[in-house]
Design a protein around this ligand. Structure first.
Ligand SMILES: [Zn+2]
Length: 282
């Protein structure tokens, strides 16, 4: 369940200018700053942000949170799957993995929208997830013949299948994918790393890693909760190994205490964006 955010040099790609009409009676800026969590969550949310502010080494300097990735793409996310297993993948299994990934990732991004309006000026009512590639050691492990995704058979330094670094956001935070064979359209922001025999999970700006058997065994579950927890880390959320916010016994980011995104998780997630959004002029 470890959080691991890697720091690489990055360049702010875009600034959004807001222009308020002098005729509007309600200032867009005021509406955007609206913050109305349930009364019983105000104190624990404040504790969480205080903890994050005092323990993250580069909270505001880091620019590759999931938030930054969605903003750079103008509202979508691209994935590459690293299949670190010799279990064969049929076309049907591939498609079920894609569908589960989209559904589960979407549970987080849906938490930013109420009645068609984004919390704190969050600009996207939906965030489409595209799976653009698969990495595998032996091509024959993947049983499909269509070319709907790019297939990579290169290995990383540890000998694990790796999607091409030339196409990865982690390696190109300036958004320059000119050396990616498919160009920017086939770049990937995150890796879903499915490793045979892997216990627990890991997550960060690079993506998420869980056990291959766990993920494929959980495809029909409403909540693939280890994956969901790790996506929380991708968007900057912390672990709670050694403390608990006031009044909150059980929530997804406190590993082992909940198996779905809770109301408290949603508000922590919204709060993270609230504190980051000014970097986008929002
Ligand atoms: Zn964790």
């Amino acid at each position: 369940m470890h959080r691991h955010l890697a720091r690489l040099v990055t360049v702010l790609a875009a600034l959004v200018a807001l222009v308020a009409s002098p005729l509007t009676s309600v200032s867009p800026a005021k509406a955007a700053d609206q913050w109305n969590p349930p009364a019983n969550l105000v104190q624990p949310l404040g504790e969480v942000w205080n903890h994050v502010s005092t323990t993250y080494p580069d909270l505001y300097g880091f620019r590759n949170y999931g938030w930054d990735q969605v903003m750079a793409n103008r509202g979508s996310i691209n994935y590459c799957v690293r299949w670190e297993s010799d279990a064969p993948v049929s076309t049907d299994l591939r498609d079920r993995i894609h569908a589960a990934l989209k559904k589960q990732f979407g549970k987080w991004t849906a938490a930013m929208v109420d009645n068609g309006t984004g919390h704190n000026a969050w600009p996207y009512t939906s965030v489409p997830v595209n799976i653009v590639g698969w990495a595998v050691k032996n091509r024959s492990t993947l049983q499909w013949t269509d070319n709907s995704v790019d297939i990579y058979t290169g290995l990383d330094e540890g000998g694990a299948p790796q999607c091409a670094p030339d196409c990865g956001r982690f390696f190109h935070q300036d958004g320059n994918y000119s050396r990616c064979p498919g160009g920017a359209a086939r770049h990937y922001d995150q890796s879903l790393w499915l490793t045979k025999g892997f216990q627990g999970g890991a997550g960060g700006d690079w993506g998420q890693r869980v056990g291959q058997e766990y993920f494929t065994g959980a495809l029909s579950q409403e909540n693939i909760h280890i994956y969901l927890h790790e996506v929380g880390h991708t968007f900057g959320l912390d672990d709670f190994y050694d403390w608990t916010p006031t009044g909150q016994c059980c929530f997804l980011m406190k590993a082992g205490s909940a198996a779905q995104i809770t109301e408290f998780d949603k508000w922590m997630y919204r709060d993270f964006w609230r504190h980051l959004k000014s970097r986008y002029g929002l």
